[in-house]
Each structure stands twice: as C-alpha cells, then as structure tokens.
Design a protein around this ligand. Structure first.
Ligand code: AVI
Length: 317
C-alpha cells in the first residue's frame, strides 16, 4: 500500500529554524525551542520517558481514555477526520480507533522520520482507514493541505503538549486550530493539572536519567542542524517545578567555561550559564476550560482521574 508521508522537515535546519536557533543562542537568557528535542533519537527517548514510573502523565491519561473512551466517542462523534497533533508513534490515537472509527487519520509530527516508521506499521493494522502522515512543525502556522478532508475534523492533542506553550501562545495556537475545525469539528485535548512539587520534580528529573538524556540530546540535534560543536559532556540537565510560574522548566547548565561555534556565529558560555529548553505549564481545570473558551471553543466535557492529576477535555467548535 502506498505510504503518504509529506515531509516538510529535512535533516539540516531550514532558514526559519536556523534563524530561530541562532537568535536563541545569542540571546542574553539563552534558549532553544522545545521542538528541537524531537529528532529521531529524541522521539525514542520521549517514548522511554513515557514508560518511567516517575512520569505519571502518560499512564494517567491512558487510564482516563480506557475508562471513558466510549463516552468520549459518543460526545465527539464517529467517522471524523482525526488529526493527531504531535502523533509520535501514533499509539494513543490508534488505541481509540475502534471507538472513534475515524474516516481519515492524519498524524502530524515534526519528527517525520519517526512518524513514517509508525505509519508503515499502522497502515498494516488498520488497512480500512485512509491515512495521510504530515511531517511538519504545526506550532507556528497551521494550514492543512487539501488532501485532509474538511468534514468533521476532530483535532486530537493528547499528552498535555499544550503545556509546552506559554498560555498566550496556547491561546493563539488553539485559535488557529479552531479556524481549521469548520463548524462541526472539535478538539480532544489532554491537559496536565497542577499538583505537588515533589511529584512534578521527580517526573522531570527521573532516577534513571532518561529525561536528562532527552534534554541533552537537544545539543546533539542542534550540532547536526546548524553545524554547532556543543560538547554534550560539558552540560547538565535540570528539570524542576517553578510554582510561582505554574510550570515545570528544563534547562541545561554549562559545567565549565567553553566556547561553542556554529555555522553563523558562536559564543562563550561561563560555568553555570543555563540554556532554557522547555516549559511545561500545569493548569487548574477551570483555567484550561477558560483557555479553550477564549480560543473560540464551546460545550466542553471533562474527564479526569481519581487524583485529579490529569484532564482530558472535549471542546466543540
Ligand atoms: C511532550 N510534553 C508534553 C512533555 C511534557 O511533559 O512537557 C515533554 C517532556 N519533557 C520532559 N519530559 C517530558
């Protein structure tokens, strides 16, 4: 069967990515966008994170889907165009296929190589579902190509990836999503809820060091993308809950003074300098609903776990 994987992402950085990386690396408070965490190895490391005992979001969300999936399908409706945002290995959406019975499945991921591999396997398991994989960064702009059916688009955005945007960015993103929904579409979204600091610190700095490897791998990816010469051994991972800002932050700290060069520039990092690589906002349930409503969605339904650690929300366009 023909496998359609439209790739917009090549292995070297495109001009926009190169500009963004350069701007972040020369900024006074250095930053690298979290989207660069996801090359092929980064996606595999993220898969491993999802297996960790400390990383509660994946299993908590899976339990919510297992318990309430049938009701979610009744609320969201059958036969939709299921657009899976940040699909990764496509496993979460695939587990809902029997309930949602999508007419078309459109997984989108910035890690196109990883997505293509997953799609090959998925097409064999579900030959009756039309599939169109898209390798693209959907975080900034959002236009679906004509091969994506316009009827009854259900955007599937699990895993609390919305938390990797600031609340302002999240609203802009959800508005763009709303504009692509048509009148009969909607969104099924996973949101991680605020909880105690110890649980959050452990989830983002696990004992095995998988999250550390995931974070450090961004330097390896940046080396590849813009010809940089980061020495990965000279950096250390930090992941912790910043309660005042309502978010988990990931940073990489320089272990010694070093000069790093890349194809368009370079800079000296002093020991202790940090590169900010990710935020993961944790929401109050009411704030998440308000965010969806401000973005133009309505008629929300919420399912959560007994500890109220995670929420899955359906919002109608
Ligand atoms: C993909 N995203 C929702 C994860 C999160 O929890 O913010 C990424 C992650 N970063 C460290 N561990 C997992």
């Amino acid at each position: 069967m023909h496998i359609s994987c439209t790739e917009e992402v090549s292995l070297a950085a495109n001009a926009h990515e190169a500009d963004e990386l350069h701007a972040g690396l020369v900024a006074e408070q250095t930053w690298i966008s979290p989207k660069f965490l996801y090359d092929a190895l980064g996606s595999k490391l993220f898969e491993a994170i999802c297996e960790l005992p400390e990383y509660y979001p994946t299993r908590t969300e899976a339990a919510i889907f297992a318990r309430h999936g049938a009701e979610m399908a009744r609320v969201a409706g059958l036969g939709s165009t299921l657009v899976d945002l940040g699909a990764g290995n496509c496993a979460k959406a695939a587990s809902l296929f029997p309930l949602l019975q999508p007419a078309q499945y459109v997984p989108i991921d910035i890690s196109s190589e990883f997505l293509c591999d997953a799609l090959v396997r998925l097409r064999q398991r579900f030959p009756h579902i039309a599939m169109e994989g898209l390798g693209m960064d959907f975080s900034q702009r959002f236009e679906l190509p004509p091969q994506v059916r316009e009827e009854r688009r259900l955007f599937f955005y699990p895993g609390s990836s919305i938390g990797n945007f600031t609340p302002e960015e999240a609203q802009g993103f959800l508005r763009r999503l709303r504009a692509q929904c048509g009148d009969d579409g909607g969104v099924l979204i996973g949101v991680d809820l605020a909880k105690d600091k110890a649980t959050l610190d452990a989830a983002y700095d696990d004992a095995l060091g998988v999250t550390a490897a995931f974070n450090l791998n961004v330097l390896r990816h940046v080396n590849h993308l813009i010809g940089a010469d980061f020495d990965i051994r000279a950096w250390r991972h930090h992941g912790f809950y910043n309660a005042a800002r309502g978010r988990v932050e990931m940073h990489l700290e320089a272990l010694r003074r070093q000069e790093v060069r890349w194809n368009r520039g370079g800079r000296v990092f002093e020991a202790g300098d940090c590169i900010h690589t990710e935020n993961s906002y944790k929401y109050q349930q009411a704030d998440a609903i308000a965010l969806l409503e401000r973005s133009g969605f309505e008629a929300t339904r919420v399912w959560t776990d007994p500890q109220r650690w995670f929420a899955v929300i359906h919002a109608q366009a």
